[in-house]
Design a protein around this ligand. Structure first.
Ligand code: M6R
Length: 606
């Protein structure tokens, strides 16, 4: 969480720092701030809330320094106030930080006893005073930071500038990602390459434990042991044009509507169109002999994994263990010898998912990951990357990344099924054909958006909403509820339809809309029985199905019709209506759709 940037430039850098921070707002937007070195002094501007507040503040009271750092915050320690906003600073040093300093309390006590006065409630301020203390011993910034780093516990990425040093910035990475950008007589620092895309595409990724000393001429990098090391510079594909909503009111709307295109891209990456069969990178395992697959992820990516479990178990007949990463990381789960561990992450930086990946690696598992950001830490620490080609996803609510994850999982299912002989060449061709029709079907689902606006008008009056689904539609019910609550703030829960009578049915009355994901598959009739149980208790049913309106056998509040498709591809298709329901309800409620409260796009803390 939190985004950090730094620039050593030849002109005042405040404007470019803001530009870079805008690309990092997905990492948090509780507050933002910038500090620059001006005539040897440190100057800063900070503002609570979104970046535009900081922009306004700087417009009124400009910063002129040509060396500066910036930060956009997702609060961990201390309320999202201006006082707690980064950069934090003393007279000598200014710091931006992403991550958590775990021993900040003891450092704070120690430094307070030595006369340091803390202004904020943050863990970051301990770093400022620690470096300041070290500087008072030896007036050498590199030595002071090296000493300070040894006293810090936790996960962090830091950007540091110093009073009296116009041509110096120090960066350090332990646990949180950090990239260095190389310009012409200018150097850059950012939480990711996207932040730096307008300035340079020549990027060096810092590795775990690295400290980098930047001047306008370049960077010297030292590893965790203090040894000078060379890290390669790579040419990043990150686009500087990503902050563009096109004709849409929100990024989320744009990203929902991009799905037919990005699903095509993702499928074409894995499907040999001429042969009508999947074509995956070598996973380095004998897939015909897999005893179990372990999948782990968080949030929406976890629900994609849950769909993957239903697919892989049904079509490839391999048992799949799946758990949310925040649980699996501490369960000390026994893993099969030479097993396959699969991680799913849009950002590729989610702290819990990364921790499980490292655990599985220690346990001798082969690591494959489905990621959207190919340069991310999860991607770089995996044996095999299965990329999703969703393009940058800016809306905090995941939409196109989810369906692209499903597309990659669908292909993987066919690959494993083929290797194990559970999917014949004819069936593979049939399922591939079904997948290739998904983009067209998705476009059809989006054609009548007015029905979602109408439905949103009614849903926005509800206090609670239930989502139901059976079998492979159950993860869709969970995802539908997550999407609705995260952007509309309406309380929503997803249930396996068969579980309803074991408790949740007590919630049903005429004020609780129940959204049912019920394609005409082999479990459809059982789901319809559950729908009737709800209707009998006065519940208002919204049916999402490819059947007729009267197939539910009761009166409906609304019926969203989805085109007939191969049942294998239903999860991809039914994802779209649940996204549009959440989107239009949030718009109706007037919430901040792209940046909902308390959330961040990339969750790099535990
Ligand atoms: O970047 P990741 O896919 O690893 O992120 C995982 C979750 O944080 C993410 O899917 C989250 O649940 C979304 N806000 C859901 O829309």
């Amino acid at each position: 969480m939190c985004g950090i940037v730094g620039i050593l430039g030849s002109q005042p850098v405040a404007h470019d720092l803001i530009d870079a921070l805008r690309r990092l707002e997905y990492r948090g937007y509780d507050s933002a701030g910038i500090a620059t070195v001006e005539n040897g002094h440190l100057e800063r501007r900070r503002a609570e809330g979104k970046l535009r507040n900081l922009e306004q503040r700087i417009g009124e009271d400009p910063l002129k320094g040509k060396t500066g750092i910036g930060h956009t915050r997702w609060a961990t320690h201390g309320k999202p106030t201006e006082t707690n906003a980064h950069p934090h600073m003393s007279e000598k040093v200014s710091v931006v930080h992403n991550g958590i300093i775990e021993n900040f309390r003891s450092l704070r006590e120690e430094l307070t006893a030595k006369g340091h006065v803390f202004d904020s409630d943050t863990d970051t301020e301990a770093v400022v005073h620690l470096i300041t203390e070290e500087l008072s011993r030896a007036d050498d910034p590199i030595e002071a930071v090296s000493e300070a780093l040894q006293k810090l516990e936790g996960a962090f990425a830091l950007g540091i500038v110093f009073a009296g040093h116009d041509d110096l910035m120090i960066a350090a990475r332990r646990g949180s990602p950090l990239a260095i950008g190389h310009g012409d007589d200018a150097m850059y620092l950012g939480s990711d390459a996207i932040a730096l895309a307008p300035f340079t595409n020549k990027i060096t990724y810092l590795e775990e434990g690295d400290m980098a000393v930047l001047t306008r001429k370049g960077a010297e990098i030292f590893d965790a042991e203090g040894e000078k090391v060379e890290r390669p510079a790579v040419i990043s594909q990150a686009s500087s044009l990503l902050v563009d909503k096109g004709n849409h009111r929100h990024f989320m709307a744009k990203e929902i509507h991009e799905q037919p295109e990005v699903i095509s891209h993702t499928l074409s990456h894995y499907i040999d169109m001429a042969e009508g069969r999947v074509d995956y990178p070598d996973l380095g395992l004998d897939l015909s002999d897999l005893s179990r697959i372990t999948i782990s992820a968080c949030g929406t990516a976890y629900y994609a994994g849950l769909v993957g479990k239903y697919w892989i178990e049904k079509y490839a007949r391999v048992p799949v263990e799946i758990d949310v990463a925040s649980e699996l990381r501490y369960r000390e789960a026994p893993l099969p010898k030479d097993g396959l561990a699969l991680f799913i992450s849009q950002s590729g930086e989610t702290a819990d998912t990364l921790a499980v990946l490292r655990y599985c690696k220690e346990q001798g598992q082969r690591i494959a990951s489905i990621v959207n950001v190919r340069t991310s830490t999860i991607a770089r620490e995996s044996d095999v990357i299965l990329p999703t080609l969703a393009g940058p996803e800016i809306g905090v609510a995941s939409t196109k990344a989810f369906t692209c994850q499903l597309a990659a999982l669908a292909g993987l299912t066919l690959l494993i099924g083929r290797a194990r002989g559970t999917i014949s060449p004819e069936l593979e061709q049939e399922l591939v054909q079904g997948l290739l029709e998904v983009p067209r079907h998705m476009a059809e689902v989006m054609a009548d958006e007015a029905q979602y606006e109408k439905l949103a008008h009614d849903l926005s009056k509800a206090r609670d909403v239930l989502y139901l689904g059976r079998g492979i539609n159950y993860p869709l019910a969970l995802e539908g509820a997550l999407k609705l609550k995260e952007i509309s703030y309406i309380h929503a829960e997803g249930y396996a339809a068969g579980e309803l009578k074991h408790g949740p049915i007590a919630l049903i009355d005429e004020n609780v809309p129940v959204i049912v994901v019920a394609p005409s598959d082999d479990l459809h009739d059982k789901t319809v029985s559950n729908v009737q149980e709800v209707a009998a208790r006065g519940g208002k049913i919204i049916l999402i199905s490819n059947g007729d309106e009267d197939s539910a056998g009761c009166e409906l509040m609304a019926h969203i019709r989805v085109p007939d498709a191969h049942p294998f591809t239903n999860p991809l298709l039914y994802a779209v209506p649940i996204q549009l329901i959440a989107y239009h309800t949030a718009v109706q409620m007037g919430t901040d759709v792209d940046q909902p409260r308390n959330l961040a796009k990339s969750v790099t803390v535990e």
